[in-house]
Design a protein around this ligand. Structure first.
Ligand code: 5CA
Ligand code: ZN
Length: 409
């Protein structure tokens, strides 16, 4: 699939510092020191509805990761998937009497537009589940041949017990895993499984549902976790730097994905850090397509909201916090954007050398975007109250905010 156009990342003087970031698997911060090419996989959307602010907040977090790495003068190799075949997509298509492929294409196109408007850096590989099926089938066959997968009434399941590291991503107790598995696409109640948590790798063809050639697995369609593993292994390989997504993906998705990858390669770890963004809520509940309590990025854009203000509203919350979207998030962000734009539109101002270092430090410290915004606020206030004579300062502030926060002033 094609991704979306990249916005330019201005060069900054000097060099940023290495990113210290909270990893769910480590239950604390880790300092990442990637090679010359940093590798990141971020789970993409299931395209059955438009991009909401929860999605945007999560993608914003991983965009910051890349901006920090680029500022350390590394290249970034970024891979993202699109779950363009899965139960929720088929259910929505049936509900609306729509062709599931058209639904997926339309919502993916809208996602690209939203990401472009928000100046999110595009992945180098943007891969759909459907197009990755030829790579998924042999992986499942290998898992089965290695004894890590088994058949149940024609379906193929992964055996969580085949991975000695199972549980080390999310650190949950058995009861919580069972509950979350049932909530998030698993089928712990299905009789005949070796372990109730075992996830589907390959679902045999069902009447009236789309299916593909599965080689020795028979016709069917892929399970959810193996999709991301196949794409990540093909384009990044084992031991990549960051596996990213919202906190609702820690279990089962990232836990299962890591186990699939360990079992199929015999190597550990799948990713060096498992990074999870907090959940954005609306009206007291997690914003979710299934609940329908959504604020869409595209709807805000249609209402004439500047995407830079949307982005500033997201940046005002620490990425790991769970938070609730309110109208004040947007009015505050619009006011801040106005103040910053006024401050950089003057021909000179107070020196911004310290500001650049403050923003770098804030982001390197577990992506503390609110602290970065506070630093820019302080410069803008100084500009407003005292002004200054540094002719390079407004330009440096603009470039800092653009390169490190993705906001064009
Ligand atoms: N296609 C899978 C991942 S392979 C999927 O989870 N798709 S999704 O469309 O449901 O979510 C896309 C991303 O947005 C995921 O990282 C998910 O954790 C994140 N996300 C979903 N809802 C929210 C929310 N309310 N707040 C923050 N992030 C969210
Ligand atoms: Zn995924």
């Amino acid at each position: 699939m094609h991704a979306w156009p990249a916005s330019e990342v201005p060069a900054l003087p000097g060099k940023g510092r290495d990113l210290r970031i909270h990893s769910t698997a480590d239950e604390g911060p880790v300092t990442l020191v990637p090679g010359p090419v940093a590798r990141i996989y971020v789970c993409g959307i299931t395209p059955y509805d438009a991009t909401h602010l929860g999605h945007a907040a999560t993608y914003n977090a991983f965009d910051l990761v890349q901006r920090v790495w680029l500022d350390t003068k590394r290249q970034v190799h970024y891979v993202q998937n699109v779950t363009d075949i899965d139960d929720p997509l088929l259910e929505r298509a049936v509900r609306d009497g729509e062709d599931w492929t058209l639904l997926a294409e339309r919502e993916t196109a809208l996602f690209r537009e939203d990401m472009t408007a928000l100046r999110m850096l595009p992945p180098q590989h943007y891969i759909g589940a459907v197009e990755s099926i030829p790579g998924i089938v042999p992986l499942v066959e290998r898992l089965r041949d290695a004894g890590a997968a088994y058949e149940l009434d024609g379906d193929t399941y992964f055996s969580v017990e085949s991975d000695p590291h199972f549980g080390e991503v999310s650190h949950l107790d058995a009861e919580t895993m069972r509950l979350l598995s049932a909530e998030r696409g698993g089928d712990p109640e299905r009789p005949g499984k070796k372990n109730p948590l075992d996830p589907l790798l390959w679902l045999a063809a069902r009447d009236g549902e789309p299916h593909w050639d599965g080689g020795s697995l028979g016709p069917g369609r892929p399970g959810w976790h193996i999709e991301c593993v196949a794409i990540a292994l093909e384009h990044l390989g084992m031991g990549f730097d960051v596996q990213g997504g919202g906190s609702d993906l820690a279990f089962p998705h990232h836990e299962m994905g890591a186990s699939h990858a360990h079992a199929v390669t015999g190597e550990h770890p799948f990713a060096k850090a498992y990074v999870h963004a907090g959940m954005v809520a609306l009206d007291g509940e997690k914003m979710s397509k299934s609940r329908g309590n959504l604020v869409f990025v595209s709807a805000l854009r249609r209402d004439g909201v500047d995407p830079a203000a949307i982005r500033l509203a997201l940046l005002a919350h620490h990425y790991r916090a769970d938070w609730e979207w309110t109208d004040e998030d947007l009015t505050g962000a619009v006011a801040r954007l106005d103040r910053w734009r006024a401050a950089v539109s003057r021909p000179d101002g107070p020196s911004a050398d310290d500001l650049l270092e403050e923003v770098r430090e804030a982001l390197a410290n577990d992506l503390d975007a609110p602290a970065a915004l506070a630093a820019v606020d302080r410069w803008a206030e100084r500009q407003q109250s005292e002004g200054g004579t540094d002719e390079g300062a407004p330009g440096l502030v603009s470039r800092t905010v653009d390169a490190l926060l993705g906001v064009a002033l």
